[in-house]
Write a protein of this length. Structure first.
Length: 321
């Protein structure tokens, strides 16, 4: 028993356990409130939306872990990826590579501007990314003239949202591949380890010869690119895109990574935890909907939960180590 406790204490399970318990508790509560809540169809819908959020969490995670900052432009990037990415498809599935490359470049460029502003011009991350969100929204409005994207190739929508194993859609497989590859980069490459070192102690990272400024900028580039890509995937799943459709993903991505055990001051966090946090939030939203709560009430509860989690994150010793 002592050996098991020691393994638990020294493993990431300690950070994941609250989220895992929350998932089971919400599933049970949802089933009690609405019989059939835990059906494969409903779980599939929840997982599909959690997959989109998990991809957004990639960017938010590397920014928080690597710099201790927060990217408030992720939601705007999601909307831009959904609308501008749809335009780059030109109604043809053959243009999908162009759309994917285009969203990554556009989102990465927005992230590059964020990173340069934060690192070189010393603009506080919250202010820089908040201003950038406004600029991105303006760019998206100018390019699309505010029109929703409706002319999506049927095959594109089927590639992402058509069930292929029971009620489960390809979006789950797409997200799984992206998440696994990202986790490998973070855990097994010099660049990934450098992000954690930078977030743990920026001065020590500089003394070790790490290119602090380059890494600090690149984490924002990754955030912008991944958020924009998530928007393209989201529009393929939903079937249409509109202005501000990604706004909620800013707060949700922050909440998800924090629920998953990410240290808000940087240096600690895993993408697996972000995935768990994403599932928790999507389950919570579904449960609140089952209770008949209106949109405003759901946002209030989610915001309150984020506040509580942030307080716990900052106060518990395991997060301050």
């Amino acid at each position: 028993m002592k050996k098991v406790k020691a393994i638990y204490k020294n493993s990431s399970l300690q950070s994941y356990l609250p989220g895992i318990l929350a998932i089971f508790a919400l599933l049970i509560l949802g089933q009690i409130l609405r019989p059939g809540f835990a059906s494969s169809g409903n779980i599939s819908s929840i997982l599909n939306l959690a997959c989109v959020l998990s991809i957004v969490c990639i960017g938010q995670l590397v920014v928080i872990v690597g710099t201790g900052g927060i990217d408030l432009s992720t939601g705007a990037n999601v909307s831009m990826g959904a609308l501008v990415g749809s335009l780059l498809l030109f109604g043809k599935i053959s243009c999908l590579p162009l759309a994917v490359a285009g969203t990554l470049v556009i989102g990465g460029t927005a992230g590059l501007i964020n990173g340069i502003g934060v690192r070189y011009f010393k603009i506080p991350a919250l202010a820089m990314t908040l201003f950038m969100a406004t600029i991105i929204d303006g760019f998206t409005m100018a390019v699309t003239k505010g029109k929703p994207s409706l002319n999506l190739p049927v095959m594109f929508k089927e590639m992402i949202g058509k069930p292929f194993i029971g009620k489960f859609c390809p979006i789950i497989l797409i997200a799984f591949v992206i998440i696994v590859l990202t986790e490998l980069v973070l855990r097994k490459t010099v660049f990934g380890k450098s992000i954690y070192m930078l977030g743990s102690n920026i001065r020590a990272a500089g003394l070790c010869g790490l290119r602090v400024s380059v890494i600090s900028v690149l984490v924002y580039v990754i955030s912008g690119a991944m958020s924009c890509l998530a928007g393209l995937i989201l529009v393929g799943y939903v079937g249409s895109g509109q202005m501000n459709m990604g706004n909620t993903y800013t707060m949700l991505s922050i909440a998800a990574v924090v629920i998953g055990g990410t240290k808000v001051t940087g240096g600690k966090g895993t993408l697996a935890g972000g995935v768990i946090g994403s599932i928790v939030l999507m389950l919570l939203s579904s449960v609140l909907t089952s209770m008949g709560m209106p949109e405003g009430a759901r946002q209030f509860v989610q915001g309150l939960i984020l506040l509580v989690v942030l307080v716990i994150n900052c106060r518990l010793p395991r997060f301050r180590q």
